[in-house]
Ligand binder design. Structure first.
Ligand code: FE2
Ligand code: FE2
Length: 449
C-alpha cells in the first residue's frame, strides 16, 4: 500500500484529484490557473458541474457569489442574460479561455505542420494500430459460450465470481473507477476530432490522422467492454449504480485545456495514455496478489494497449519537438501549468458529491495511481522529448522560460511529496469512512487529511 499523502498533493498534483471545491450545501466555485467549474445541486440530488474556464487568477469564491445573473471573478464579469449570436460568441470565448496563448497554435503556419507530417504519420503512427484480426477481444479473456459449451461456460462464470470474492473493496472501487473512465469513450473519440488539422472531417476520412483516430477508438472500445463484463460476472458490484455513473460521465463530458490545438492535445493524450497504462498495470499486479489471475490477465492486456497508444502519441509530440521545439515546449509548459486533469474528473453517481476526490484518494492509498506517478510521467516525457537538451539558440525568450519551468517542475513536486511524507510520519493521518454506491454502499477507509 502506498503511503497516503496530503490533501494538497491530492488536490493540486494528482491528476485524479477533483479540481473543485464543495461546501456544505454543495455549491462552490474554485478558480485555478485558468480553469474553474461551477458546482450546483442537480434535480436528481447529485452534483452538476459546469466548466466556466476563463480566469488566470487563483481565488475561492463563496456560494453567495454564484447567485444572481452576474459572476465576478478576477475582475471579469460574466452575464447570463446575453442572447443570440452575441451570447454564442461569448460562450465560445469563455469556453476557449481568454488567454490567447494557445490560440496562436491555430494559425495556418502551425497547422500546416500536420499536413506535412501526414506521410510520416502513415509510416510511423498508423502501423502501431492492431487490426481486429490480430487484436485481443473481450471474449478471449472471459468465459466464451461458443468454445466452452453451456456447462463449461457456467463453470467458468462461477470461477470468475469465486476468485473475485477475494478482492478487497478498495481494489473494486479502483477497478470500477477505471472501467467507468474507459466506458466514457464517446467523449474521448471526440477529443482528437476537435484538434484542428488532424480531425476526421467526414467520419470516414482516409487521412492517416483520421484512420489513427478511428483505429485507436476501436481499440479503446474493448477496454470498457471487457472490464464491464468482468465486473458483471464478479457478482460484487451494484451494476445499476455503475451504469448510472457511466451515463452521467458521458453526459458531463470532460475538462481539457486548449482543446482545439493539436500540439496541446497530443501532449495531453500522451500523458493520459501513460497514466492509464500505469493504473491498469498496477491493478493487474494487485489482482495477481489477491489470486485473481483472470482479472490480472484482463488488466495486463489493457495496460499493454495503453503502452502502445502512449508510444504513438509520444512519437507524434517527439516529432513536433524536432520540427518546432519552441512551439512544443511552450505548449508543454502551458499544459503543465494548468495540470493534466483526468478525463473522469466530472464523474458522479448521483449519491456522492465528492465521488471523484474519494475515488482518487482510494487509488492513491491503494497504490493504483498516485501523485508520485504524476511526477514520474512528467519526468519520463521530459526525457523522451529531450526537453532538458533544448538549446537556447532554438528557443524564444518564452520558450526558454517554458523549458526551465518544465524541467524544474518534477523537483518541485518531489519536494512537496517529501514534505507530505514527513508530515504524515510525524502525525497519523485522520481516516474517513466513505461509502461507495458502486459496491452497495460498503464503506472504505481513506486518509483525507
Ligand atoms: Fe483505454
Ligand atoms: Fe489508450
Amino acid at each position: 500500500m502506498a503511503t497516503s499523502q496530503s490533501s494538497w498533493l491530492l488536490r493540486h498534483l494528482c491528476p485524479l484529484a477533483m479540481p473543485w471545491t464543495r461546501t456544505g450545501n454543495n455549491i462552490g466555485l474554485k478558480v485555478t490557473n485558468i480553469t474553474y467549474w461551477r458546482c450546483s445541486r442537480a434535480n436528481n440530488g447529485g452534483t452538476m458541474m459546469e466548466d466556466m474556464s476563463m480566469s488566470t487568477a487563483n481565488c475561492l469564491a463563496q456560494p453567495a457569489q454564484l447567485q444572481g445573473e452576474a459572476v465576478e471573478v478576477a475582475g471579469v464579469s460574466k452575464r447570463s442574460t446575453r442572447t443570440g449570436r452575441c451570447a454564442a460568441v461569448a460562450v465560445r470565448h469563455e469556453e476557449e479561455g481568454t488567454d490567447d496563448e494557445w490560440l496562436m497554435y491555430l494559425e495556418p503556419a502551425k497547422l500546416e505542420v500536420f499536413d506535412h507530417l501526414e506521410p510520416w504519420a502513415e509510416a510511423n503512427v498508423v502501423p502501431l494500430l492492431k487490426p481486429a484480426e490480430v487484436a485481443w477481444q473481450p471474449t478471449d479473456l472471459l468465459p466464451d459460450l461458443a468454445s466452452l459449451g453451456a456447462d463449461g461456460f457456467r463453470a467458468a462464470c462461477s470461477d470468475i465470481s469465486a476468485r473475485a470474492a477475494g478482492l478487497p473493496d478498495a481494489h473494486l472501487v479502483c477497478l470500477v473507477g477505471n472501467m467507468v473512465t474507459e466506458e466514457a469513450l464517446p467523449t474521448y473519440q471526440s477529443i482528437p476530432n476537435r484538434f484542428e488539422a488532424v480531425r476526421d472531417l467526414t467520419g470516414s476520412s482516409c487521412t492517416a490522422w483520421a484512420r489513427w483516430i478511428r483505429g485507436w477508438s476501436a481499440e479503446e472500445n474493448r477496454h470498457g467492454d471487457v472490464l464491464n463484463r468482468y465486473l458483471f460476472l464478479s457478482g460484487r458490484i451494484d451494476m445499476r449504480q455503475v451504469e448510472r455513473t457511466i451515463h452521467n460521465l458521458i453526459h458531463s463530458g470532460m475538462v481539457m485545456n486548449a482543446a482545439r490545438s493539436p500540439y496541446h492535445g497530443f501532449i495531453y493524450v500522451a500523458f493520459q495514455e501513460r497514466a492509464t497504462s500505469i493504473s491498469h498495470g498496477n491493478t493487474a499486479r494487485r489482482a495477481n496478489e489477491h489470486g485473481d489471475v483472470a482479472l490480472a490477465r484482463i488488466c495486463g492486456a489493457i495496460a499493454a494497449d495503453e503502452k502502445r497508444h502512449e508510444l504513438a502519441y509520444t512519437r507524434i509530440v517527439g516529432k513536433l519537438f524536432e520540427i518546432d521545439p519552441d512551439g512544443s515546449v511552450r505548449a508543454l509548459a502551458y499544459m503543465m501549468r494548468r495540470r493534466i486533469i483526468m478525463p473522469a474528473s466530472l464523474v458522479t453517481d448521483g449519491c456522492d458529491g465528492d465521488l471523484f476526490a474519494h475515488y482518487a484518494a482510494v487509488a492513491q492509498q491503494a497504490g493504483i495511481y498516485t501523485a508520485s506517478d504524476y511526477r514520474s510521467i512528467l519526468e519520463h516525457l521530459i526525457k523522451q522529448w529531450g526537453v532538458e537538451e533544448l538549446v537556447a539558440a532554438e528557443l524564444s525568450d518564452d520558450g526558454r522560460r517554458a523549458r526551465d519551468y518544465v524541467c524544474a517542475l518534477p523537483k518541485k513536486i518531489r519536494r512537496l511529496e517529501e514534505k507530505a511524507h514527513e508530515r504524515n510520519g510525524k502525525k497519523a493521518q485522520p481516516m474517513t469512512s466513505v461509502s461507495f454506491s458502486w459496491i452497495f454502499d460498503r464503506p472504505v477507509n481513506i486518509g483525507m487529511a
